[in-house]
Write a protein that binds this ligand. Structure first.
Ligand SMILES: Cc1cc2nc3c(=O)[nH]c(=O)nc-3n(C[C@H](O)[C@H](O)[C@H](O)COP(=O)(O)OP(=O)(O)OC[C@H]3O[C@@H](n4cnc5c(N)ncnc54)[C@H](O)[C@@H]3O)c2cc1C
Length: 363
């Protein structure tokens, strides 16, 4: 089976590594000139780590287990009662190290960089993948892992462009570790719908992040904008090291994102084409699990393609399973977004992680 995967992000590379296990001849087409990862660290849950185990990758030793506590704006620690220890734990992994490990596993010669896909034409016998330079690459199966702005999705479902999650912004940066607390991870549910804090992502490196709903007008530099909101998670002075960390970050090191989301789609597949990862279901990062759930997609796709020789039927089964799961994910995401205050947010977030872990597909 000749399988073309568009996008060498976390989910595209994991798809390529996984489908090789079941004998697919994979080619990854990536628009960027290098395998790269935007952002610093990513929190991965056990449902994602199992797929890496299947592929034979030791991702667990690359990361640091975070035993997450939430804090309110006054520094009072809080945790939802009645849940398991694992419902509060994820593995923080440096994104670029993970993507590079995946690229090595796939084989760098299978990844065509600086290659922009503009769309595809599906035929009974194959799919032709169109490149910006006019070339057409033939495949038996095309996987669109090209993120929220997916060109594969634009061809599959015209009019399904990513939409802004109005007023929802994220700021983050990786800085040398310094004066932060020994726990290494402080996630604060502040006032004015600001959430943020910091976490150790690797030895000597700490990532700070500020997430804001209803951001209002953005004025000043990225640092000014982040600092203004960070005061909502550190109002009483208990969290001054976060403010100092942001103030010391060079402007060019700060990532600022207007959060984009993918609208709910009527389908994810055709007979020879499937969307996966953010291309299918990009959501607001306040549930911090979009990558994890994209890797879950990969396990389901691999299993269905391995079990069902008719590709169209396998893709239909993948679509049905994942669209049903994402209906629930969307409901949890909305519940967390609209929680009333810190305790309610901690409760709803933990309800989400508990649900995600306990209903994850066995792949
Ligand atoms: C601030 C923030 C924090 C987050 N934190 C977490 C977290 O802690 N845990 C978690 O699980 N998730 C988290 N997420 C979500 C997670 O980052 C995404 O769900 C995940 O990275 C999506 O991976 P992907 O491979 O589907 O898409 P992407 O990473 O967007 O990769 C898409 C790739 O496709 C390429 N591409 C695009 N168009 C084309 C084209 N036409 N031709 C060729 N190539 C193309 C791009 O260059 C890119 O390399 C967070 C997201 C944000 C914004």
């Amino acid at each position: 089976m000749r399988t073309v995967i568009v996008g060498a992000g976390l989910v595209g590379l994991t798809t390529a590594a996984s489908l090789r296990l079941i004998g697919h001849e994979v080619t990854v087409l990536e628009h960027a000139p290098e395998v790269r990862a935007v952002g610093a660290g990513i929190g991965l849950w056990p449902n994602a780590l199992r797929e890496f185990d299947t592929v034979g990758l030791d991702v667990r030793s690359m990361g640091k287990t975070v035993d997450a506590w939430f804090y309110d704006a006054a520094g009072c620690p809080m945790r939802a009662d009645g849940y398991d220890v694992v419902d509060h734990q994820f593995l923080m992994v440096p994104r670029s190290d993970l993507n590079n490990l995946l690229a090595d596993t796939v084989g760098r010669d299978k990844i065509r960089l600086a290659t922009h896909v503009t769309g595809f034409t599906e035929h009974d016998t194959h799919v032709a993948v169109h490149l910006a330079d006019g070339e057409h690459v033939q495949a038996d199966l095309l996987i669109g892992a090209d993120g929220v702005y997916s060109d594969v999705r634009a061809t599959l479902l015209p009019g399904s462009e990513a939409i802004t999650h109005a007023g929802n912004y994220a700021w983050r940066a990786v800085v040398p570790s310094g004066d932060e607390r020994p726990e290494g991870t402080i996630l604060t549910l502040g006032s004015a719908r600001t959430r943020g804090g910091y976490t150790r992502v690797a030895e000597g490196q700490t990532m700070w992040m500020i997430n804001q709903f209803d951001a209002g007008e953005l004025v000043g530099s990225k640092k000014d904008r982040a600092l203004r909101r960070a005061r909502n998670v550190a109002a009483s002075g208990w969290h001054d090291e976060l403010l100092a960390m942001i103030a010391a970050t060079p402007e060019e090191a700060i990532l600022e994102n207007q959060i984009m989301v993918v609208p709910e789609l009527p389908r994810w597949t055709t007979d020879r084409v499937a969307l996966i990862g953010d291309a299918a279901h990009g959501l607001s990062p306040h549930i911090a699990a979009g990558g994890t759930l994209g890797i879950e997609d990969v396990g389901v796709l691999r299993t269905e393609l391995a079990d069902e020789p008719d590709t169209a039927k396998a893709l239909a089964r993948y679509e049905s399973a994942r669209m049903a799961r994402f209906e629930q994910v969307r409901a949890h995401s909305a519940a967390v977004e609209h929680a009333e205050g810190p305790a309610d947010t901690a409760e709803r977030y933990t309800a989400f992680s508990h649900w995600m872990l306990n209903t994850a597909p066995a792949t």
